[in-house]
Ligand binder design. Structure first.
Ligand SMILES: [Zn+2]
Length: 336
């Protein structure tokens, strides 16, 4: 079975068990497309758990993780991405049907809490990149009907909404397009979270200002700890905090600039200092082609992260907010 996560203190375990742990981003649906059974325990095939096979229900249970926002990814082709997203939603739904009592697709904070009390994992649906809409605002409503709760405006290429921070067609001067602005308004109307991961800085600040709801950044690092194109700066953190949003810190040392779970801790603490205690959250990017820290390589290691946060002197109630409380508040504020 390979290595086991280290044993954590009773105090850390108690705080962890009392928290509703929710991660804001994992790309596990990409594995479901290849026939991956999320109900079985897996061992990552590559050394250092590179690239994926991080998330499954047994390891989530073992790590005390209740909720996972699953990213739905499609290629930015002219035709077909919407259908690709619909198929992935169907795969997540059928994974939940195949594992009754173990996995539930949910939409609201109350449903996450119900799942937690019942000892069931909660899956939330999130689209990565507005190219999936194929330029049609009507598609947002269709995805909302299927339970999508969050939409990332950009992914790795420019689309009808704006420019990515990095990737094909990236342009730092590009603001939100007219379509991008209409999209933010439509997401607000349909009570879908606006996800500002991957968008360029200019579009980020504009969207954060425009939305009337608390936005999220589902998976990112912060440049205040490690300057990198993938990371957001203090003004961006403050823009999200000003709207009551939250920021999920990615578990990828290449973006964090630090080895080990302590890198995640440093970035979380920076968000806490700049944005306040309502802002930091978890955004692993598990199964998203990242190589996680050696001591945070899958959900089983999450109690160790709780321990590391407590050891840095954070009060248990703040640790609980970081582990999922902040995100659940945002989800509640955005509405059902
Ligand atoms: Zn991503």
């Amino acid at each position: 079975m390979g290595r086991q996560p280290p044993v954590v203190s009773d105090e850390a375990l108690a705080v962890h068990r009392a928290s509703i742990v929710v991660d804001l981003h994992a790309d596990t649906p990409s594995l479901l497309r290849l026939g991956y059974d999320i109900g079985k325990r897996h061992t990552p095939p590559l050394p250092r758990a590179a690239l994926g096979v991080h998330v499954d229900l047994p390891r989530m249970r073992e790590g005390g993780q209740c909720g996972q926002m699953f990213g739905l990814v499609s290629l930015p082709l002219r035709k077909g991405p919407a259908e690709v997203i619909h198929r992935q939603i169907t795969l997540v739904e059928s994974a939940a049907r195949s594992h009754p009592g173990e996995l539930r697709v949910v939409r609201t904070a109350e449903e996450v809490e119900d799942a937690w009390r019942a000892g069931v994992r909660a899956a939330l649906l999130s689209i990565e990149g507005a190219h999936a809409l194929e330029g049609r605002l009507e598609n947002v409503e269709e995805f909302a009907r299927r339970g999508v709760r969050s939409l990332g405006l950009l992914h790795f290429s420019a689309n009808a909404a704006g420019s990515p921070a990095h990737g094909r067609g990236a342009n730092p001067e590009q603001a939100l397009t007219g379509f991008g602005k209409d999209l933010v308004t439509e997401l607000d109307r349909l009570r879908i979270l606006v996800d500002l991961a991957h968008i360029n800085r200019k579009g980020f600040l504009e969207a954060a200002l425009l939305t009337k709801k608390p936005p999220i950044v589902s998976h990112t690092g912060v440049s205040g700890v490690h300057p990198h194109w993938r990371n957001i700066d203090d003004e961006q953190i403050r823009a999200v905090a000003a709207k009551g949003g939250c920021i999920g810190i990615i578990f990828a040392p290449r973006f964090l600039g630090r080895a080990g779970a302590l890198g995640v801790v440093e970035h979380l603490l920076h968000v806490l200092r700049v944005g306040g205690e309502d802002t930091p959250a978890l955004g692993s990017d598990f199964d998203g082609l990242v190589t996680p820290p050696h001591d945070l390589r899958d959900p089983r290691y999450l109690p160790g992260l709780t321990e590391a946060l407590l050891r840095r002197g954070l009060e248990p109630r703040i640790v609980t907010k970081i582990l999922g409380g902040n995100f659940l508040r945002v989800l509640r504020e955005v509405g059902p």
